[in-house]
Design a binder for this molecule. Structure first.
Ligand code: 13P
Ligand code: SF4
Length: 326
């Protein structure tokens, strides 16, 4: 590509994110943008990015973006040979479960999740022994091993619907104690939960939300259901990352705060220049392991490939597919 064309493309990309990335930081990304574009073409690859990716990934190199549910759904339709997951490990595993014949790469194997690491397959077997006959509803933020012990998966975007679809008075819902408590209140279903929590959302407090309201009159508060119930009580709306983004798009509040991971507000804010975003910042250290440089590295070296033991994959896939069928 000529230097003039490359400059033009860089300017076009920058216009998407200039509200949230200072001009001084931009030139450092150019090399990686050019390399990622060429490598995607060469490898017949696509990049799937979660809503918590930083804006230069989310708005400039991702082919498909969304919440966990949207990424799982879209992963089923991908035609490329290679899928790079710009997200955390459980998301890459879900993508691999739904695309066993494709190469799924995660740019940094350390991109984990406090919820996924809070529970093992053996823990689920013990829960089943302790509470026989209750269906196990497992949040997608878990390993394939844990999904394989489950009846059905859910995401924050469909948890209520999935629990209601079972039509039973009591379920085991793992591993997020707060999502479970929020869903129990919404559905009236009795929920046996697990002591896991998201290290990003559990840090928000009801007091903090009240202080945000006092400091920012008229602010509309949107919270993720991984937040503790008393935080959700203080919010105007609770929903998945995609539901929060849709709320902003459809309702156009004059001033809003997203009670969730930091980058989400950046990604939504660039699309709505007329809305005032109040930004408390809780970073997810796992999501932040993913960078333009390691997405490029993944495509150059074809690492790190996500593999799932076939003895586990079939059962785990069934739990994810049951969710997608609801
Ligand atoms: P969403 O499915 O709402 O995007 O949430 C995923 C996640 O990891 C939230 O912390
Ligand atoms: Fe896990 Fe929380 Fe990070 Fe989401 S934000 S990946 S739930 S630690």
């Amino acid at each position: 590509m000529s230097a003039a064309l490359a400059l033009d493309r860089s300017a076009q990309l920058y216009s998407r994110v200039r509200r949230v990335i200072p001009p001084i930081e931009w030139p450092a990304f150019s090399d990686d943008f050019d390399a990622i574009l060429a490598l995607k073409h060469e490898r017949n690859a696509v990049v799937l990015a979660h809503n918590y990716m930083t804006p230069e990934i989310f708005h400039c190199v991702a082919d498909i973006v969304g919440d966990s549910l949207a990424l799982a759904r879209e992963a089923q339709k991908v035609e490329a040979d290679v899928i790079v997951m710009a997200g955390v490990h459980f998301m890459a595993e879900t993508t691999k479960l739904l695309n066993p014949a494709k190469t799924v790469l995660i740019p940094d194997l350390r991109a984990g999740c406090s919820l996924a690491s809070s529970i093992t397959a053996a823990d689920v077997r013990l829960l089943r022994e302790k509470y026989p006959g209750r269906p196990v509803v497992t949040y997608v933020n878990t390993s394939a091993d844990v999904k394989a012990e489950s009846d059905i998966c859910c995401t924050s975007g469909n948890a209520k619907k999935i629990v209601e679809s079972l039509g039973v008075p009591e379920v085991i819902m793992i591993p997020d104690q707060y999502l479970a408590a929020n869903v129990a209140r919404e559905t009236g279903v009795k929920i046996i939960s697990w002591a896991g929590a998201c290290e990003v959302h559990e840090r928000f407090t009801a007091r903090q939300i009240r202080a945000l309201r006092a400091e920012n009159p008229g602010v509309v508060v949107l919270a993720h259901p991984e937040c503790p119930p008393d935080v959700v009580d203080e919010a105007d709306f609770a929903g998945s990352t995609a539901a929060m983004s849709d709320y902003v798009t459809n309702r156009q509040p004059a001033r809003v705060v997203l009670i969730t991971e930091c980058s989400m507000a950046d990604n939504v804010a660039v699309l709505h220049p007329n809305i005032d975003f109040v930004r408390p910042c809780n970073l997810c250290p796992h999501m932040k392991r993913i960078s333009l440089a390691n997405i490029r590295g993944a495509l150059e070296t074809m690492q790190h490939e996500v593999t799932i033991d076939p003895a586990v994959a079939g059962r785990a896939r069934r739990a994810v597919e049951r969710m997608l069928a609801v």
